[in-house]
Design a protein around this ligand. Sequence first.
Ligand SMILES: *Cc1c(COP(=O)(O)O)cnc(C)c1O
Length: 485
Amino acid sequence: MKTVLATGGLILNEPLLWEKGKRGRRGMDVPASDVPAAKIDPEFMGVGPDFPDLSEVDIVRHYTRLSQWNFGVDTGMYPLGSCTMKYNPKINDKIAATPEIAASHPMLPDRLCQGTLKIMYELQGYLATITGLDAVSLQPAAGAHGELTGMLIFSAYHKGRGAARTKILIPDTAHGTNPASAALCGLHPVPVQSGPDGILDPEVIARLMDQETAGIMVTNPNTLGLFEENIKEVSRIVHAGGGLVYGDGANMNAIMGVADLKKCGLDIVHLNLHKTFSTPHGGGGPGAGPVCVVDHLKKYLPVPRVVKDDKGYRLEYNRPDSVGRVHAFHGNFGILIRAYSYIRCMGAENLKKASQLAVLNANYIKEKLKGDLHLPYDRPCMHECVFSDQKQHEFKVSTLDMAKRLMDFGYHPPTIYFPLVVSGAIMIEPTETESKDDLDLFIEAFKEIVREARENPEILHEAPHLCKVKRLDETAAARHPCLTG
Ligand SMILES: *Cc1c(COP(=O)(O)O)cnc(C)c1O
């Protein structure tokens, strides 16, 4: 191998501030008090926290060093299938920090926030156009929250027709949040086995669909990274049985400008702005999972809705069939602004191109690595491709070993052991922004790891070698977490 991204050196150790502090150090001086000291009852004061004394340099170095232990999309490739950290354009942050936007109070009357309401209204419109559906709520704070909102709408719809249905079909290639969201709404998930080609078989759906079934939740592209080619027929069967079709569109970044989800038969779809529309996605920060619906389900959308009439934009609360509010104020507004900024910067043609490049890049990796890694479904994929460790079994090397070793080469590991339908799965999503040069470097690193698996498997068993922490005992970390360092 010619070049490696990671080298190791100059990543410095850093203790806890409590271990680093020395009595008497200080980072700043407070002017001497010019008023007499007041007497305070020590009883009332209690015992204060034992904060360490630190100098300015102690603190600056502490946080700078910690930041250098971090890895993100601005550091390097982050191919964590589906939940991959994607492009976060800096212009988005600049726009979100515009004082008129950042300081706009969520309780302003409509007439004083026409600009922010207009942005929300237009964003709803863009997302409707991108999915092909008719109406949108921007409130849900994450993909799973969008699913929950969607399932509340399913229940409201069936109740409205006088028939509470209790079951929901969930394919084995669905995202794990789907059955959880349905169960939270009191629906009983019925597993659906995908066909040998990794996609849904309409005949299986026809056998399972009955009068008790509220509908189906289809992740499309599914968690194998495959487009559900029979989605139209699946939707037809579910509709004929009186059910609704929910589309998990978290990974719309594979099909923007290419698939019209209404024509596919979907009634409700959620989007993940933090997966498709470039909003930041790490560290448990805010996300957004807008929900799009077809016309006849519009009345169930959460309140308030941003609407427009001849007097301008306003929030509409009086919607008796609504499932209610699912987020305080307007949802995660700062995130909505970033997605709006991204969509406006890109324009329709470039959004489509982003999807095409995401798919091209994933297929490039799939084709280049399929001789080295077992490819359980050898067919064109969408934004991600799924391999397994089957070919490495004979060397006693596992998916975990290879994922850990990738860190020595400077890559965040991909998603591993998911989806569950592939034993020892390795799910790689390169994203649309990686250049061919960067993809080739990643492919070369993976090929080197596969060579090592054959010739020197011990290296892999003990990987990572260059990271700050080596192989962790994950069970002990979960059972006996040490939270003090
Ligand atoms: C990430 C993801 C979700 C969940 O989204 P969150 O924002 O993490 O709640 C749901 N479905 C699919 C297919 C996903 O990739």
